[in-house]
Design a protein around this ligand. Structure first.
Ligand code: PEP
Ligand code: MG
Length: 894
């Protein structure tokens, strides 16, 4: 029989940390903490399998579940000496979701469940604190009505605000028991008025309502969006955790808080967190009251005049410090903890690996490896390659003048400049129009995820370091300043007001997520520093990886940048990009529009020295590292004059009439240029173009070789080959030019000629093509386009719909379609090697910088990946992780 429910409590648990798939992250870690003997309120976890069964069976529970829940409640009762639903031995519970991967803000929580008009009296008598009892009941009504019954919490906020105003109170904590009773009556009346039924009094009904709400929330829009953005499969399901309540709102010796064992923003080794006295968990995360610091050091650093936990409750603080140390060592990772102190006694409610910025992730991994807590390989494996992006982005130049208009918390590092928008919808619209925006909100909620994605950065005027905006922005790697309380946002007026200055939608501001400043206008930015922890991880990654990492670059700027990021050569130099510059485009147009070989050669003669100097510079920057140069690839019409002025300019340079030129332009029109006269087809039609390029390459190689005193070995790449004879034809021309240059210069030139594999026919005939090709570079952009028969330039308009409808999981132009396109790559690699065992194999499509695709490249045994400069560090790390994973699975097999 399937076991649907796992209990924990009193130093023992049926589950373990390793049961995460079944118990969800929260459930598995509660079980583990119990087994470690830590103070955890007893409870039970309803498994993720129940969630799946619930949806598979038309939203009904497995038959045995009810009985299992009854006996699990008895288990809690035995440990606590209480009984659920029994006012004489009152047991209240919390109900929380807990998916396999943490989904902050996505799922819902209900606290104080089991309270009703009768049990609230029992709670008052039991605790000797009527005020606390009624405060708990009103919280329960509010939370339950919102999460389970779908009544917006704002209706309750309004009632509470009105009551406070009429009673002359400022803070919730000032309300008396009687006053809370008044609020409760109003709340209940509101529920009945809005929903047409009374607030449920039966604890069993409440419990099943809450369980049902957690399972239902797995399929709410926020959860679906979050899963899509984080590639979390729907089939994982969520678990439900039911736990005996402990109360942080039982007066001034009670508190509740959240903490990280290290600073999640910087990675510094210091307990880092916030708490609130006389409060319940949700108050801290919601950012409604400004929380206090846990340690004295943090309080002093923050300049706060509110006492730290260390000062206020030294015993509970010390117990918490000991437990945090223990949990970090046990899990060998930085932990994110939730706790409650009930009348001086500490209870642990959650532990999990803490989310952190890329900077913090590097620091923590490097320090833990240096301390011997984890190995260097583990340190490398811990860093999400894509997150490195956060470190490669600019920060504000310290020398730049700053016009500070506000100050908040440094919630997520990096700086961003953009136009102010006040809503997520506006952020998305602006992004779609190619504009950069800062999303400015009082506070954010899960509904804002889209807008946060679209924005360059996020600014909130309310909320702490653990508020929704802060947590989500850190996860996304977006700069965020939260809780900038001196700024006033007025949604209705569409204004942001700071010290008498009014900013409106569209005004430019800059936020500095590193120090919490909000600045007027755009500010000069600095490129990031790639030393320290970053360099250490990169060094360890380089030691672990097998594949080389090259870059796709054609400008000296990109090539230099890529080298500073650690590129080991150029995998793709798209020569066509070199022809768009001022004087060159005119010569290029002359060449294309010439109607005889003689005229074409005359134009090519003008281009030759320019190409040669380009290549010379690239060879010099790459200083002996391999450089792959691709012959002209795109359809010629891309270079044609578009305006009358451009046409006139070329006509005068060529000494022909504009009319004649127009006719020639029209003759070059193609219906489907991407499948037309491009790639090696150009070199077949106009071999003189390939000859000019080959000559420029060889002459530059000789010059660079002489200058450096070492041989430069260029790799010449022929694009879009489908037939071996195409390659043979072009290669013969290249070889002939090589012979001439060698004779002219008296210098021997070593070079390789190879091809891109970017057509299915090339993959199928790879064994034959390899007879002429000394290397293959997989052009997976075109290979994806031609395998799917989907235009890479038009795909965006419908692929998103495909994704939403579940027809594809990933855009195949972003992450390699391993099953289809990947199969062609694998086959071509095998066939190529069968003919030419030492053939060099690489990838230069966009996928060369995508971690999942890099994993596949490792599996197929490619020699290198090549990607855009900013992706080079990501590729170095991903290649290392892929090599470690491949070695592990090979070891398992043998
Ligand atoms: C490719 O097709 O994958 C490729 C790298 O070439 P381009 O993107 O220039 O067509
Ligand atoms: Mg291509």
């Amino acid at each position: 029989m399937t076991k649907w429910v796992y209990t924990f409590g009193d130093g023992a648990a049926e589950g373990r940390a390793g049961d995460r798939n079944l118990l969800g992250g929260k459930g598995a870690n509660l079980a583990e903490m119990c087994s470690l003997g830590l103070p955890v309120p007893p409870g039970f976890t309803i498994t993720t399998e129940v969630c799946n069964a619930y949806y598979a069976n038309g939203r009904t529970y497995p038959e045995a579940l009810e009985a299992d829940v009854v006996s699990a409640l008895d288990h809690i009762g035995r440990i606590t000496g209480r009984r659920f639903g029994d006012p004489s031995k009152l047991l209240l519970v919390s109900v929380r979701s807990g998916a396999r991967a943490s989904m902050p803000g996505m799922m819902d929580t209900v606290l104080n469940l089991g309270l009703n008009d009768e049990t609230v009296e029992a709670l008052a008598a039991d605790s000797g604190d009527a005020r606390f009892a009624y405060d708990s009941y009103r919280r329960f009504i509010q939370m339950y009505s919102d999460v389970v019954m779908g009544l917006d919490h704002e209706v309750f906020e309004e009632i509470l605000e009105d009551q406070k105003a009429s009673l002359g109170h400022e803070l919730d904590t000032e309300l008396t028991a009687q006053e809370w009773q008044g609020v409760i009556s109003l709340y209940k009346a509101k529920v009945e008025e809005e929903l047409g039924k009374p607030f449920p009094q039966d604890p069993q009904e409440q419990l099943w309502g809450a369980i049902g709400a957690v399972f239902s929330s797995w399929m709410n829009n926020r959860a679906i969006t979050y899963r899509r953005l984080h590639d979390i499969p729907e089939s994982w399901g969520t678990a439900v955790n039911v736990q005996a309540m402990v109360f942080g709102n039982m007066g001034d010796t009670s508190a509740t808080g959240v903490a990280f064992t290290r600073n999640p923003s910087t990675g510094d080794r210091q307990l880092y967190g916030e708490f609130l006295v006389n409060a319940q968990g949700e108050d801290v995360v919601a950012g409604i009251r400004t929380p206090q610091n846990i340690t004295e050091a943090a309080r002093i650093a923050a300049g706060s005049d509110k006492p730290s936990l260390q000062k206020l409750m030294p015993d509970a603080f010390q117990a918490f410090v000991d437990i945090s140390d223990r949990l970090e060592k046990h899990y060998r990772d930085m932990q994110d903890l939730e706790f409650t102190i009930e009348r001086g006694k500490l209870w642990m409610l959650q532990t999990r690996s803490g989310k952190r910025t890329a900077k913090a992730a590097l620091k923590i991994a490097v320090e833990m490896a240096k301390d011997g807590l984890i190995t260097k390989e583990e340190a490398v494996a811990r860093i999400d390659p894509a997150s490195l992006d956060q470190l490669l982005h600019p920060t504000i130049d310290p020398k730049a003048a700053r016009d500070v208009i506000g100050m908040g918390l440094p919630a997520s590092p990096g700086a961003a400049t953009g136009e102010i928008v006040f809503s997520s919808a506006d952020a998305e619209d602006a992004k779609a129009q190619g504009r950069k925006v800062i999303l400015v909100r009082i506070e954010t909620s899960p509904e804002d995820i889209h807008g946060m994605h679209a924005a360059e950065g996020i600014l909130t005027t309310r909320g702490g370091m653990t508020s929704h905006a802060a947590v989500v922005a850190r996860g996304m790697g977006k700069p965020c300043v939260s809780g900038a309380g001196s700024l006033r946002v007025d949604y209705k007026a569409g204004t942001l007001i700071s010290m008498g200055q009014t900013f409106r939608k569209g005004d430019i501001i800059t936020i500095d997520g590193g120090n919490g400043q909000v600045l007027k206008g755009a500010v000069a930015m600095l490129q990031p520093e790639l030393s320290g922890d970053f360099a250490a991880i990169m060094e360890w990654a380089d030691a672990a990886r097998r594949m080389k990492v090259r870059t796709n670059a054609e400008t000296p700027l990109d090539a230099r940048m890529a080298r500073s990021f650690g590129a080991e050569g150029i995998g793709l130099c798209r020569t066509e990009h070199m022809f768009f510059d001022g004087a060159r485009i005119v010569a290029m147009r002359e060449m294309i529009l010439a109607d005889s070989e003689k005229d074409r050669r005359a134009a090519l003669d003008k281009l030759l020295p320019m190409q040669r100097s380009d290549f010379l510079e690239l060879f010099e920057i790459m200083a002996g590292l391999p450089v792959t140069i691709r012959l002209l690839d795109p359809p010629l019409h891309e270079f044609l004059p578009k305006t009358e002025a451009e046409l006139a300019e070329v006509a005068s340079a060529m000494n022909v009439s504009a009319d004649k030129l127009r006719q020639r332009t029209e003759a070059l029109h193609e219906f489907n240029p991407m499948l037309g006269h491009r790639g090696c087809r150009l070199a077949v039609s106009y071999p003189e173009i390939a000859e000019m390029q080959a000559r420029a390459i060889f002459e530059a190689a000789v010059q660079a070789g002489h200058k450096a005193g070492a041989l430069v070995v260029p790799e010449i790449m022929v694009p879009l080959v489908g037939l071996v004879k195409e390659l043979e034809y072009v290669k013969a021309r290249i070889d002939a030019v090589a012979q001439s240059v060698m004779q002219e210069t008296g210098t021997k030139i070593d070079y390789l000629t190879g091809t891109m594999i970017e057509l299915p026919r090339a993959a199928i005939r790879a064994h034959v093509i390899a007879e002429a090709a000394e290397f293959f570079s997989f052009g997976t952009n075109d290979l994806t386009q031609t395998t799917f028969g989907i235009s890479r330039d038009d795909a965006a308009s419908f692929l998103e719909t495909y994704r939403q409808k579940g027809i594809i999981e990933q855009d195949p132009f972003v992450s390699l379609d391993v099953d289809g396109v990947g199969e062609l790559v694998r086959m071509a690699a095998e066939k190529g090697r069968a003919t030419r065992p030492a053939i060099k194999l690489g990838i230069c499509g966009e996928h060369g910088g995508d971690p999942a695709s890099i994993r596949f490249c490792e599996e197929v045994g490619l020699d290198y990946v090549s990607c855009s400069p900013y992706r080079v560090p990501i590729a170095r790390l991903a290649a290392a992780q892929a090599a470690v994973a491949a070695a592990k699975s090979a070891a398992k097999r043998s």
